[in-house]
Design a binder for this molecule. Structure first.
Ligand code: NAD
Length: 498
C-alpha cells in the first residue's frame, strides 16, 4: 500500500472511511504505483450520502444570488489554477498536458454556463386563465444528486453535471473512476476555498459497491452516469427501477465519413487528431473512417505521413500522445489488434511494439491503422477505446449512411465534404446525437446539450445546456384564485374597497 492514500471528501474534509478496501493508482507513463485509493463500503457510502442529505435543505434555501456568487468565485479560482489540475490528470490518466488542460477548459465552459442559471430558473406566468385565476410554474432542486464518472475525463465529465446541479440548489455526491481519483479531491478543496458550505460537494471513492449504494439509496434523487455501455445500461435499469431520474451515457464507435470532394489535407489532420489524440481514449474519438469511392488511398497516405511525425511519450514532457491508462487496458487494446489481423484486415501501422526511451514500464501502444476493415470484424463491432483507426471502403454515400445507422452506437459522427447540400442531407439522414461537418470531434458547447443516441445514452436527457438544468430541477405548477376584493373582500379589507 502506498503512503499516498486518496480518500473520500465529505463535509469539506478528507474522510478515510472504514472499509479497508483499496486499489492501486498508477502513473501510466512510468508504470509505477503512485497512490492508493480507498474503495468505499456501504457504511462509508451511507455516511457521505447522509452528509449531502443534511446539507440539502439549507443549500436549496440559499438565495439564488448567493449561489451564483459562489459559482463565479469557483470559476475564478479554477481558471487561475487550472494548470495544477491538468498536472494531476496527466499523472494518473496519462494524457498529454495540453489535452489535460483542454479538458479542464471545456469543463470550465459549463461553469460559465452555470453562472447564468438565474435566467433558466425563471418560471412562467399566465394571468387570468379563468376568472380570478392565474397560473405560474417554478423549478426547484431535487435534493441529493449522484454523479458517476469514467476514467477518461476525470475533471471534465463530472463538470458536465455538478456546476449546474449545485447552481440549481442541489447537493452532490460524485463517484470518480478508481483509476484516476485525485482530480475530484483537488476540485473539492477548491470548492471549499470558494466558500461552498459543508456537505454540498462530496466525493465518494470506490467501485461497484459505491455505485450500487448510490443507485439504491432512497436519499439520492437522480443519477448522472458516464461510462461503458454495459454499465450504463445496468445503472439505468437499477436506478430507474428505484424511481430515480437517470441519464446514463454509454460507449461509442464514432465514424468519420469522407466524400471524394473533401479537402484531404484537412481530413488527414482531423483523422490523426481525432483517432490518436488522448490515445483514442475519448468517447468522441474517431475510430472508423468511412472512405467513399477513390479517396481511401490518398487519405491513408496523408495519415501515415502525419503519424510518422507524432511523438508518443510521457504526457508531462511535451509529447503528442501519452500511454494508455492501465496495463490491462493496454493489453486489451493490443488483443483487439491481434483479432483484426487474424480476421484479415490490412494492418498499415502497427503500434503494438512501441517502446519509449527511459520509460520501459509505461503502458505504451502506438497509433495503429487498419485498412480494408469489414463490418463483421470485432475491431469494427466493438468499442476498442485506444489509438486504433479502422478504414472501411464503400462505394457510395448511401452505403456509408446505411453502415453508420446500422451501428449500435450513436454518439458522434463527422462528415468531410465541400458540398453544403450533402452536409444538410447528412444532418437529416444520420441517426447519431452529435454531428460534425468538417469538424472531427463535435462536442457541443456548454449551452447546448451533450449526448448520443441508441446504445450511447440511456434515458432521455442529455448533459448540460438547458437539458441539464431541466434534469437537475423538478417542475411545479401553481394555479391560484384570488377573487376581486371589490366583490369578496374580508370584513377588514372591505373598508379599503368601499
Ligand atoms: P466503466 O463503465 O468501466 O466505468 C465507469 C464508472 O462505472 C466508473 O466510475 C466505475 O467505477 C463504475 N463501474 C465500473 N464497473 C462497474 C460495475 N460493474 N458496476 C457498477 N459500477 C461500475 O468505464 P471507463 O472504462 O471508466 O470509461 C470508458 C468508457 O466510458 C468508454 O466506453 C467510453 O466510451 C465511455 N464514455 C462515454 C462518454 C459519453 O459521453 N457517452 C464519455 C466518456 C466516456
Amino acid at each position: 500500500m502506498s503512503d499516498h492514500v486518496i480518500g473520500h471528501w465529505v463535509d469539506n474534509a478528507r474522510f478515510r472511511g472504514t472499509s479497508e478496501r483499496y486499489a492501486d493508482v498508477t502513473n501510466p507513463a512510468s508504470g509505477k504505483v503512485t497512490g492508493t485509493v480507498c474503495l468505499a463500503g456501504r457504511e462509508d457510502a451511507d455516511a457521505v450520502i447522509a452528509a449531502a442529505s443534511r446539507a440539502a435543505p439549507a443549500w436549496a434555501a440559499t438565495s439564488l444570488s448567493s449561489r451564483v456568487r459562489l459559482m463565479f468565485k469557483f470559476r475564478e479560482l479554477l481558471d487561475a489554477r487550472k494548470h495544477e489540475l491538468a498536472k494531476i490528470i496527466t499523472a494518473e490518466h496519462g494524457k498529454v498536458l495540453d489535452d489535460a488542460l483542454g479538458e479542464v477548459t471545456r469543463g470550465l465552459e459549463v461553469v460559465d454556463f452555470a453562472c447564468g442559471i438565474p435566467h433558466l430558473l425563471k418560471g412562467e406566468f399566465s394571468e387570468g386563465v379563468s376568472t380570478g385565476i392565474n397560473v405560474h410554474s417554478k423549478r426547484q432542486p431535487l435534493g441529493v444528486v449522484g454523479i458517476i464518472s469514467p476514467f477518461n475525463f476525470p475533471a471534465m465529465v463530472p463538470m458536465w453535471f455538478y456546476p449546474i446541479a449545485i447552481a440549481a440548489g442541489n447537493t452532490v455526491v460524485v463517484k470518480p473512476s478508481e483509476k484516476d481519483p485525485s482530480a475530484l479531491v483537488w476540485v473539492a478543496e477548491l470548492w471549499q476555498e470558494a466558500g461552498l458550505p459543508d456537505g454540498v460537494f462530496n466525493v465518494l471513492q470506490g467501485d461497484k459497491v459505491a455505485v450500487d449504494a448510490l443507485l439504491d439509496s432512497p436519499d439520492v434523487q437522480s443519477i448522472s452516469f458516464v461510462g461503458s455501455t454495459p454499465i450504463a445500461q445496468y445503472v439505468y435499469q437499477r436506478a430507474s427501477a428505484g424511481g430515480k431520474r437517470v441519464q446514463a451515457l454509454g460507449g461509442a464507435k464514432n465514424h468519420m465519413l469522407v466524400l471524394p470532394d473533401a479537402d484531404l489535407e484537412l481530413v488527414a489532420d482531423a483523422a490523426v487528431n481525432a483517432a490518436f489524440g488522448s490515445a483514442g481514449e475519448r468517447c468522441m474519438a474517431i475510430s472508423v473512417l468511412v472512405a467513399v469511392g477513390p479517396v481511401a488511398d490518398d487519405v491513408i497516405t496523408g495519415i501515415m505521413e502525419r503519424v510518422g511525425r507524432l511523438r508518443v511519450g510521457d504526457g508531462s514532457l511535451g509529447c503528442d500522445m501519452g500511454p494508455l491508462v492501465t496495463k490491462e487496458h493496454r493489453d486489451r487494446v493490443a488483443a483487439f489488434i491481434d483479432q483484426g489481423v487474424a480476421a484479415g484486415a490490412k494492418l498499415v501501422i502497427d503500434g503494438r511494439d512501441l517502446e519509449v526511451d527511459g520509460r520501459p514500464d509505461g503502458f505504451w501502444l502506438g497509433p495503429t491503422l487498419f485498412d480494408r476493415v469489414t463490418p463483421g470484424m470485432t475491431i469494427y463491432t466493438e468499442e476498442i477505446f485506444g489509438p486504433v483507426l479502422s478504414v472501411i471502403r464503400v462505394d457510395s454515400y448511401a452505403e456509408a449512411v446505411q453502415l453508420i445507422n446500422a451501428n449500435r452506437y450513436g454518439n458522434g459522427v463527422a462528415l468531410f465534404t465541400t458540398n453544403g447540400g450533402v452536409a444538410r442531407k447528412f444532418e437529416l439522414d444520420v441517426q447519431v446525437g452529435m454531428i460534425g461537418i468538417n469538424v472531427p470531434i463535435p462536442v457541443p458547447t456548454a449551452y447546448y446539450s451533450f449526448g448520443g443516441w441508441k446504445s450511447s445514452l440511456f434515458g432521455d436527457t442529455h448533459a448540460h445546456g438547458v437539458e441539464g438544468v431541466r434534469f437537475f430541477t423538478r417542475a411545479k405548477v401553481v394555479t391560484s384564485r384570488w377573487p376581486d376584493p371589490a366583490v369578496s373582500a374580508s370584513r377588514e379589507l372591505a373598508l379599503a374597497f368601499p
